[in-house]
Design a protein around this ligand. Structure first.
Ligand SMILES: *[C@@H]1O[C@H](CO)[C@@H](O)[C@H](O)[C@H]1NC(C)=O
Length: 220
């Protein structure tokens, strides 16, 4: 009887552990698993459906055009080009993707998190003030001014940002540890949710007048 209870407890513990682990991109179960939209000619493994191995080719692992500067004439003065599994189907199940970020002078990639991915960023042009903040209760800021060739890491899930402190354009590339890192911009999520969060919640949270909250909700 006691042994049976013991066994059940271990099973419960194992299933808990495996449900935590499954919050990450699964490890690949085969060399490649090219994403394909038509399920009729596919084998489902994980992530997206996989193209039949015999039909996969080099173009499934290829993307071009990331050398082209992007337009930063927008209120933030930045432009993020994410190349994920939707653009390179061969990324399916591999747990990695890449991004190009353009910054106008004083442009910002505003505070955001990637729920599925850590990020490693390299500056190719310009000077960036970057940082991330750890969780409560420390809320410690790790920040740095980066120049061309400098590399910085943003750990998974933590809020981070980059700001171009130079008088010229800046460019960075980053790799993210997910085929689909996804992004939550804090301001958009809090003030621009759809439908909006009740302004009373935000007024209390940020200790601001409801009128200011309504203004912020209109802005985002
Ligand atoms: C980013 O740049 C591309 C190409 O230059 C442009 O089509 C797109 O609208 C830009 N996005 C933003 C948010 O400015």
């Amino acid at each position: 009887m006691m042994k049976g209870v013991h066994f059940l407890a271990i099973v419960a513990l194992l299933s808990l552990t495996s449900s935590l682990v499954s919050a990450y991109d699964p490890s690949p179960l085969q060399d490649i698993c090219v994403a394909i939209d038509d399920p009729k000619s596919a084998v489902f493994v994980n992530g997206k459906f996989c193209k039949n191995f015999k039909l996969a080719n080099a173009n499934d692992f290829f993307f071009q055009g990331l050398q082209i500067p992007r337009n930063t004439a927008n209120p933030l003065g930045s432009n993020v080009t994410l190349v994920n599994v939707d653009l390179i189907p061969g990324l399916n199940t591999l747990g990695i993707s890449i991004v190009r970020i353009d910054y106008a002078p004083y442009g910002v990639n505003p505070p955001h998190t990637h729920p599925h991915a850590s990020e490693i960023l390299i500056v190719m042009e310009g000077t960036l003030y970057v940082g991330f903040v750890t969780s409560n209760p420390e809320n410690r800021l790790f920040s740095k001014v980066l120049k061309k060739g400098d590399v910085f890491v943003f750990p998974i899930g933590l809020i981070h940002f980059q700001f171009n402190v130079g008088h010229t354009n800046a460019v960075a590339f980053a790799s993210l540890s997910s085929q689909n890192p996804s992004v939550m911009r804090i301001a958009d999520a809090v003030f621009g949710s759809n439908p909006p969060i009740n302004p009373d919640v935000l007024a209390k949270t940020f200790q601001l007048e409801p009128k200011i909250i309504e203004y912020l909700q209109k802005t985002f």
